[in-house]
Design a binder for this molecule. Structure first.
Ligand code: SF4
Ligand code: SF4
Length: 367
């Protein structure tokens, strides 16, 4: 395993972190793979208050001396501006994780600059957080975010934080600038989504053809791509089974970063794949809204996970989320299309929307 400095904290973290959002739904197996990862050199585990059962399972794995071998990160969601609610969630996380401190506390999960201003500054939550830091309950104050790159830079400029957790992968590099900026300011940078939410989780002939012999698998390439960025401290991978742990440990132990030549080959493959995605649907949304609630570009973008990137299981999982068949949300999936035809005339690409939606449902909707 290779270790990297986390900003100005003096801490060195394994360049591969364990994202605990996809742990198996079985306590024993979850403990087994988490401990195998730590035994293999991973010393950074990331979870969140909102990941179902994850904190509790991480807490179980960190018994028997494992707690002292890792730096633990978790996140506090902010459903409202209540200081008491925030404290209760912190205390609940400590209880589930069976620990008295959090090493890297994402004080707001998916923080926007507005939430930073309103909760931390105007609502004086920062005073409370710094108090927890003085007591040693929170060791390092960090945040995770999906805000715009401009707003992420504004969050960095507050000077409140020692690090951040943010998305970056070979298909989406929109945060490359704020990542470099954070690094320059002495912050640690943890990357979530290196495999693009599963899009880069399957074998892909475009990468294979362009990289030739140096291509082993797309997940390996995706992680190596993230680690080739010197401004990154840790690439998180959401590992759900022992094979993933073994493969990722092997990848993160490679001393050779992606070469300039390999990076160029990756860029050419990405250009081709993006062009293919657009061929199926540009995402312009002229066809929206659908009177029956179908998220037309959303269904096509998800179908591309399979059609362009070969990731069938991931596409099926996301299709399940589009269905939202409960009393709170409408079914947004292709299966909800009643073939009224209202969208067809609006598509500048003249896509056979009804026919394509049928294919999406046939491929991804089967149980
Ligand atoms: S044809 Fe289907 S997707 Fe298009 S507007 Fe009608 S219900 Fe919606
Ligand atoms: S109008 Fe056509 S290209 Fe644009 S989002 Fe709808 S289906 Fe895609």
């Amino acid at each position: 395993m290779i270790y990297r400095k986390y900003g100005n904290t003096g801490i060195k973290l394994s360049q591969l972190g364990f994202g605990a959002m996809r742990l198996p739904d079985d306590d024993e197996e979850a403990v087994r793979i988490l401990r195998a990862a730590v035994d293999g050199g991973i010393n950074y585990i990331d979870t969140a208050y909102g990941y179902n059962q994850s904190e509790r399972r991480v807490g179980l794995a960190l018994q028997d001396g494992y707690r002292d071998r890792v730096f633990l990160s978790t996140k506090n969601p902010l459903p409202d501006m209540s200081l008491d609610g925030w404290k209760q969630r912190l205390e609940e996380s400590l209880r589930r994780l069976q620990t008295d401190h959090i090493d890297f506390y994402n004080v707001i999960h998916s923080m926007s600059y507005d939430a930073c201003e309103n909760f931390l500054v105007k609502n004086k939550a920062l005073d409370m957080i710094l108090d927890y830091k003085r007591q040693g309950v929170i060791r390092h104050v960090v945040y995770s975010t999906h805000d715009t790159p401009e707003n992420v830079k504004k969050c960095i400029d507050t000077g409140f934080f020692e690090g951040m957790t943010i998305q970056y992968n070979l298909l989406n590099r929109s945060y490359a600038d704020p990542i470099a900026y954070a690094h320059e300011k002495g912050m640690g940078v943890v990357i979530m989504g290196p495999v693009g939410g599963g899009t880069l989780g399957a074998a892909n002939s475009a990468f294979k053809n362009k990289l030739g012999k140096s291509y082993a698998s797309t997940p390996e390439l995706a992680i190596r791509f993230v680690l080739a960025n010197p401004n990154v401290t840790v690439a998180l991978s959401g590992m759900g089974n022992m094979d993933m742990v073994t493969e990722n440990l092997r990848t993160a132990s490679r001393p050779d970063p992606l070469s300039e030549e390999e990076l160029k080959a990756v860029d050419t493959a990405v250009e081709e794949l993006k062009a293919l995605e657009k061929l199926y649907c540009t995402g312009c949304r002229y066809c929206m809204p659908c009177p029956n609630g179908v998220d037309i570009p959303g269904n096509f973008a998800n179908f591309n996970r399979y059609r362009v990137y070969g990731a069938l299981q991931q596409a099926k999982q996301h299709y399940g989320w589009l269905r939202h068949t409960n009393e709170h949300k409408k079914d947004n999936s292709a299966g909800a299309c009643i073939q009224c035809g209202a969208c067809m005339k609006k598509c500048p690409q003249k896509i056979d929307i009804i026919g394509q939606l049928k294919e999406v449902h046939r491929t991804l909707g089967a149980e």
